[in-house]
Design a binder for this molecule. Structure first.
Ligand SMILES: [Mn+2]
Length: 239
């Protein structure tokens, strides 16, 4: 169904721009605002998504439907797999009886206790990483201790490590999500020319939280890979 997901190496578009958006976590209105108002995405552009489309925020199903709809309309969308999608597939395979619990924040993505076909197929076809001319894109990180980091799928969705490895990566910059950080920190890393750049600005951490400083988070960001401009969208969800 989503055949072009099969490609790992994605060539630069002829005339369009290239954007990457980090963890969306059910923030459908925020995503739409970022894409339609700020980026004003066109069908010439490429848009890479770093995974974690569901949970935490209010609109998991709408978020995934929106992504699928953009793809069907002919937008060049390249979605990666996050740990939240990976986890749901694993549960469907190994412990289907706990699916209602796993989807407690996205109940309408289930039908009779199973993941609806549309979403099961979409999750199943998500790639773990993309390679571009100057970049590697991944949800979490690469495990450079593995014999072949590109085959260590679990690490690509779960690992929390921020390092590069010229032997595997060469000069390319790794762009990832998975761990929220402040806009200030993201901008600093871009400016310093860091080889690993996390762009998850914790869109759901917009109010007091045990671990995260919500005053610095609660944003969804998009990075233009070529100009390095960072677009910041505040959380606009209705909870
Ligand atoms: Mn994650």
């Amino acid at each position: 169904m989503y055949k072009y997901f099969k490609k790992i190496y994605i060539e630069r578009p002829e005339i369009g721009r290239r954007f990457v958006i980090g963890d969306i976590h059910g923030c459908y209105l925020t995503l739409r605002t970022l894409i339609e108002v700020q980026l004003v995405l066109t069908k010439n552009d490429q848009l890479f998504l770093l995974g974690d489309y569901i949970d935490k925020g209010p609109e998991s199903k709408k978020t995934v439907n929106y992504i699928i709809k953009l793809i069907k309309k002919g937008y060049k969308i390249y979605p990666l797999r996050g740990n939240h999608e990976e986890e749901k597939l694993q549960i469907a395979k190994n412990q289907p009886d706990i699916l209602p619990w796993a989807f407690r924040q996205a109940k309408d993505m289930l039908k009779e206790g199973k993941i609806k076909k549309k979403y099961f197929e979409f999750f199943s076809e998500l790639r773990y990483y993309f390679e571009l001319d100057n970049f590697f894109l991944v949800h979490a990180a690469f495990n450079f201790k593995a014999p072949n980091p590109f085959e260590d799928k679990e690490s690509m969705v779960w690992l929390r490590r921020f390092e590069t490895h010229p032997q595997f990566i060469g000069d390319k910059i790794i762009i990832h999500g998975h761990q929220p950080r402040s806009v200030k920190k993201v901008l600093k890393n871009i400016e310093k020319g860091k080889k690993v750049i996390g762009i998850d600005c914790g869109v759901n951490y917009y109010k007091e939280h045990k671990y995260y400083d919500y005053k610095k988070l609660g944003k969804l960001s998009a990075l233009n890979l070529d100009t390095k401009q960072l677009y910041i969208q505040n959380n606009v969800e209705v909870y």
